[in-house]
Write a protein that binds this ligand. Structure first.
Ligand SMILES: *Cc1c(COP(=O)(O)O)cnc(C)c1O
Length: 234
């Protein structure tokens, strides 16, 4: 099997081309869309190679692994996004090391992150994860509880609420994919009509990012389309 880093330039170019094509279909500028490389379970050399190709945003889900990578690549101008589930006993490391958290879904965790964000760092940028289909296996706040959580998070001094994130049920039909992403956008628009301003929609992964871009995604979180199938973590 090819190591991911061997055909990384081609894969990155293909992802950029697909993002550009979806943006053109939606009459959007590619400059509104951030490619977040989901590098969980990828070796350090692969991250280094991708950074050398101009990717600056990396998403990690497993904290111990992420901290090792962050330290090894500390001299590079990278932005680190924590995209996994945030456990209460891990908030300090996340508050100290990351610039973004995408999976916020509980006020208790938000309060800890705000309290533990170092005073010398800018406010931690966060997205609230919404569990659109209310799936028991997934994190995220139920749509009915979103407004209350958003209000409380927006009031925390060391967090900056940027927007919403979702991980909807897998759908193969692009129209059905778009319907989930349209719901997240509508929730964001409703919050913005009451104050806002939330500028971020973190939605779309390898299997559905074009649909997400058509519905307004500003951050697409892409792993396997960039790196190939993920190595097992065993
Ligand atoms: C793993 C992961 C991704 C990337 O998934 P791919 O299908 O490999 O693109 C995106 N978002 C989250 C929250 C993830 O855990």
């Amino acid at each position: 099997m090819l190591r991911a880093s061997q055909n990384l330039p081609q894969r990155l170019q293909a992802v950029h081309a697909r993002i550009a094509a979806a943006a053109a279909r939606a009459n959007r500028s590619v400059s509104e869309i951030t490619l977040l490389a989901v590098s969980k379970a990828q070796p350090l050399e692969t991250l280094r190679a991708l950074a050398a190709l101009g990717v600056h945003d990396f998403g990690e889900s497993y904290l111990n692994e992420a901290v090792d990578k962050l330290e090894a690549l500390a001299t590079l101008p990278l932005t680190w996004h924590f995209i996994g589930r945030v456990q209460a006993n891990k908030t300090r490391i996340i508050a100290e090391r990351f610039q973004w958290v995408h999976g916020l879904d509980r006020l208790h965790i938000a309060e800890r992150l705000s309290a533990q964000r170092p005073f010398h760092a800018p406010a931690l940028q966060v997205c609230i994860q919404v569990n659109l289909a209310e799936e028991a296996s997934k994190g995220g706040v139920a749509p009915a509880q979103l407004a209350e959580l958003a209000r409380a998070v927006a009031a925390l001094p060391r967090l900056r609420l940027r927007g919403l994130m979702c991980l909807p049920p897998a759908e193969s039909d692009p129209e059905r994919q778009r319907a989930w992403f349209a719901r997240l956008r509508a929730l964001r628009d409703t919050l913005n009509a009451r104050g806002g301003p939330l500028d971020t929609l973190s939605m779309g992964m390898s299997a559905d990012f074009e649909s997400a871009i058509l519905e307004g995604a500003t951050v697409v979180r892409i792993g396997s389309a960039l790196f190939g199938p993920r190595p097992s973590r065993a």
